[in-house]
Ligand binder design. Structure first.
Ligand code: NBP
Length: 474
């Protein structure tokens, strides 16, 4: 008997993915650089299904049925290349390597092209949901060739999360498309977390509420349109008390957020594609600001709002819910625009509605909201922005007065809300009839003779700024 699929790299993610496969009745070969992890897995969880433990790469490959399906779950970067270099020579044309790590999509494109030359299918698959997701059903975003998806899809869909019976896994597109979409997913996750954190800060410092009370507010929100995994776990974190001190847990944690880099990649790539993902960028920068302890200490004496500012004369809670929902729509609208731009740039033909479908379960940004996004793209696959979809337009119409009040209140109280305020600025920028970009064009023409276009005539023009200031066609 042979294994249907193999997993190499048995840290938290690989181990749980292998167990998930085994629990679904798929005989799975398991391998890890250091054999101890392989042994532990089989000793502890061997009863869950059929495992083929392999001590060497050769044993591992020999235990797989053909064409071989081999999943790599190691630390992204150099380790992934090392593992590919180790296994590729042992494989045959038609075999498939799946990289389930958080690879940069450009690396995936490079690896896919190199392995394609040898007849090996390389599938960069974004996997979200952390260790729990890997075990109980993640959201899976596989790229690579359509042929490889025919052989892998049924297995991956089988172990993915399901919502209304629909698997949270679909073929995203060729080569690096899967890892690209996973990257944007993580960027949206950063933005969502930042917005939730700003909502908390406003309720805590603006409305003077205690973490436990705010947890209750979030629990309430979780029952409504904001219902999502991130809102749910935020309530859990806020309700948690530190055992050692008896204080709210959130008060004993250092306020310096860390990052592994996928949010930063999203912003870097968005800059290259020219897509304004201000919500994701603000979230990445907010983490960077929080982490710069030296700068924050040096700046501690910067003055805040002067005079006695009255506490907001209205209940912030309802307004913050509106601001959070509207800002969240903006963040997702921007992220989906980045997916569309990446898809156009690399010829991936990604279906945005399918992405919202596979994000409804298993992944960190799973939310009720994603059903609405799916409906929006089902109705109009080439929607220029989620904001102009009828449902979201209506939601923002209803939210915008509260959203503006929240941004004003935050500004008056000196509570930073970069996510809420930049989302609002983006929104107002989109809907503006005239933008001051016209003035920027004038400045560019003045100092650099960069030329400008006119509203009333075709062509490029330049003013002789240093001369008689007449206009010349260029
Ligand atoms: P880690 O990212 O911590 O990687 C540990 C694994 O990589 C071990 O199996 C280790 O083998 C192996 N490895 C390393 Br390090 N260098 C190697 C090399 N040169 N050759 C062969 N193997 C090597 O594991 P993880 O947290 O399970 O994550 C796995 C992947 O999944 C990563 O790409 C991660 O970004 C991604 N991911 C993680 C999560 C999450 O929640 N943790 C979520 C989604 C995606 P050893 O045992 O011999 O040291």
């Amino acid at each position: 008997e042979l294994a249907r699929i193999g997993v190499t790299g048995l840290a938290v993610m690989g181990r749980n993915l292998a167990r998930n496969l085994a629990r679904h009745g798929h005989p799975v070969a398991v391998h890890n650089r250091s054999y101890s992890r392989t042994k532990e897995l089989v000793e502890e969880f061997g009863h869950e299904g059929t495992f083929f433990p392999a001590e060497t790469a050769e044993q591992f490959v020999a235990s797989l049925e053909r064409p071989r399906r081999l999943v790599i779950m190691v630390k992204a970067g150099g380790p992934t290349d090392a593992v590919i270099d180790e296994f590729a020579p042992l494989l045959e044309p038609g075999d498939m390597i799946v990289d389930g790590g958080n690879a940069h999509f450009a690396d995936t494109r490079r690896r896919e092209a190199a392995l394609r030359e040898r007849g090996i299918h390389f599938v960069g698959a974004g996997i979200s949901g952390g260790e729990e997701g890997a075990l109980h059903g993640p959201s899976i975003m596989p790229g690579g060739s359509p042929e490889s998806y025919e052989a892998l899809g049924p297995l991956l869909e089988d172990i993915s999360a399901k919502v209304d019976g629909v698997p949270c896994c679909t073929h995203v597109g060729p080569d690096g498309a899967g890892h690209f979409v996973k990257m944007v997913h993580n960027g949206i996750e950063y933005a969502d977390m930042q917005l939730i954190a700003e909502a908390y800060d406003l309720l805590r410092r603006g409305a003077g509420m205690e973490p436990g009370e705010i947890a209750e507010v979030f629990r309430g929100w979780n029952e409504g349109r904001l219902g999502s995994y991130l809102i749910e776990i935020t309530a859990e974190v806020l309700a948690h008390t530190d055992a050692a001190t008896g204080k709210p847990f959130v008060d004993v944690v250092t306020d310096q957020a860390e990052q592994k880099g996928t949010g930063r990649w999203t912003v870097q790539i968005a800059l290259d594609l020219g897509v304004p993902v201000s919500g994701i960028a603000e979230a990445v920068f907010a983490r960077s600001l929080s982490g710069d302890a030296g700068l924050r200490t040096a700046a501690r004496e910067l003055p805040g709002p002067s005079g006695a500012l009255a506490e907001p004369a209205y209940s912030l809670v309802a307004d913050v819910e509106q601001a959070l929902y509207a800002s969240k729509i903006v963040a997702y609208a921007q992220g989906f625009n980045q997916i569309q731009a990446g898809s156009a740039e690399y010829g991936w033909s990604i279906d945005p509605g399918a992405m919202s479908t596979i994000w409804r379960g298993g992944c960190i940004i799973r939310a009720k909201f994603l059903d609405r996004i799916k409906q929006a793209y089902d109705a109009a696959p080439n929607l220029p922005s989620l904001l102009v979809d009828e449902y979201f337009l209506d939601a923002v119409r209803g939210a915008q007065d509260a959203w503006r009040r929240v941004v004003v209140t935050a500004t008056q109280l000196g509570i930073p809300a970069p996510g809420f305020s930049s989302a609002l600025a983006y929104y107002d920028g989109l809907r503006a009839e005239r933008l001051p970009a016209a003035l920027v064009q004038g400045q560019r023409d003045f100092f650099g003779a960069h030329t400008y276009r006119r509203v009333d005539r075709e062509g490029a023009f330049h003013v002789l700024w240093g001369g008689d200031r007449s206009e010349v066609a260029s």
